[in-house]
Design a protein around this ligand. Structure first.
Ligand SMILES: Cc1ncc(COP(=O)(O)O)c(C=O)c1O
Length: 392
């Protein structure tokens, strides 16, 4: 049976200890702000996930849990179905989350004095994972020309040529700029990584969230060389709105890299899954495709709504085209305000809780990130607030 979902439904998340909704007051100092920040969805999960969890909960025992054969098969089949990626079950390693995995990887695969490359503006836990481990951060800023972000390969090659650069954390698709990297871009990156012996950690948490003609390409599918020199971080958390159940699948084709990663998870006792997380993820991978397709169509509609609204009513603001992720990247530079003025405007005047662009690196100054995985009604309210405060 397949269900028809109503993504317009308003579901009150307050009082569920939701960071996005219940921590607005604590973080922004004003509970009147509309929450369009933290990257989770305001949508209920596929019905089959709720049914599977309910059944598991009725059992009533939640002891230590392993990844069952059926769970591993579900991950394997999902990767084949959505990404034409044939993975082996043994390649799937566990981590409660991808940020945890990134920290474990920087710690385990580099040593003090090594350097790690990131491409800002980028998800803040990337630089944090490098700094937490006291490794040196090297930035290869994305280029932004004519409203399109691309990788700067000339600069990247210069950075990779430093023998101290051992690792790069790739964001694919990219949060916050919403790019879904094309094959040719990933191949150029893979060639440089092979030439200079740099391990690629590809964070593909948004890999299932792509729109229109765009296609996510798992880094390890590029070639055998790329597969043997990369760690692919995947999860059902963004795809199916399961972040609170803390489950991710770190897929590592190369046995030696896998052994090292597992050594790290064992060292910190992080390699066992959450017993409800595996149940939810298995049901989502097996039965959630129909939900996901409807969800993507709704989010795409939200992205179009915001882009069109800005174009029509707020010409000093514009959206960078969204190819993937549900995080819109709004260019506010025409307002001519510095980062503090911009932050004050969004928080104190428009009363919107967004992620300020500068938190993604200096390259993000003049931008804000808006979460589009919410009801259209919430976005309509947000746009009206902006229009009223910008007096246009
Ligand atoms: C690129 C990226 N990686 C990782 C995460 C968080 O992953 P986890 O909750 O599994 O640590 C996010 C969440 O927004 C993200 O955008």
């Amino acid at each position: 049976m397949s269900y028809a979902y109503d993504f317009d439904a308003i579901i009150d998340r307050k009082g569920t200890a939701s960071i996005k909704w219940d921590e607005v007051d604590h973080i922004f100092g004003d509970q009147q702000l509309l929450p369009l920040w933290v990257a989770d969805m305001d949508f209920q999960v596929p019905e089959e996930v709720t049914e599977a969890l309910s059944k598991r909960i009725r059992h009533g025992i939640y002891g230590y849990t392993a990844n069952s054969e059926s769970y591993l098969s579900a991950v394997q089949q999902w990767m084949m179905k959505r990404h034409q990626w044939q993975i082996e079950k043994e390649w799937i390693c566990q981590s409660p989350g991808i940020v945890t995995a990134l920290n474990l990887i920087v710690d385990g695969f580099t040593t003090i004095g090594d350097k790690v490359v990131i491409q800002p503006p980028v998800y803040p836990p990337f630089p944090k994972a490098v700094k937490n481990q006291h490794r040196e951060l090297v930035t290869n800023p994305l280029l932004y020309q004519n409203g399109v972000y691309t990788m700067d390969f000339t600069d990247l090659e210069k950075k990779f040529a430093d023998p101290k650069v051992k690792l790069m954390i790739l964001c694919s698709p990219h949060n916050p700029v919403g790019r879904v990297w094309k094959r040719v871009e990933l191949e150029t990156l893979a060639d440089l990584a092979a030439k200079y012996d740099v391990l690629i950690v590809s964070d593909e948490i948004h890999g299932d969230l792509v729109f229109k003609e765009h296609q996510h390409i798992p880094f390890a599918t590029l070639s055998e060389v790329a597969a043997s020199r990369s760690i692919i971080c995947t999860a059902p958390s963004k795809t199916f709105n399961l972040a609170g159940l803390q489950i991710s699948n770190i897929i590592i084709p190369h046995p030696e890299l896998r052994r090292k990663f597992k050594e790290q998870t064992q060292r910190f006792s992080l390699g066992e899954p959450n017993s409800l997380g595996t149940v939810a993820a298995e049901a989502a991978f097996k039965f959630g495709e129909h939900w996901l397709d409807q969800c993507l169509a709704y989010i795409n509609g939200n992205a179009d709504f915001v882009a069109n609204y800005l174009q029509m009513h707020l010409p000093n603001l514009s959206m960078v085209p969204l190819e993937g992720t549900y995080l819109g990247w709004m260019d506010c530079r025409k307002l001519g305000w510095d980062k503090i003025e911009l932050q004050r405007f969004f928080q104190k005047q428009a009363k919107l809780a967004l992620n300020q662009g500068y938190t993604f690196g200096v390259e993000g100054e003049g931008f804000v990130r808006i979460n589009l995985a919410c009801s259209r009604q919430l976005l309509q309210k947000a746009m009206q607030r902006l229009r009223a405060e910008l007096h246009v």
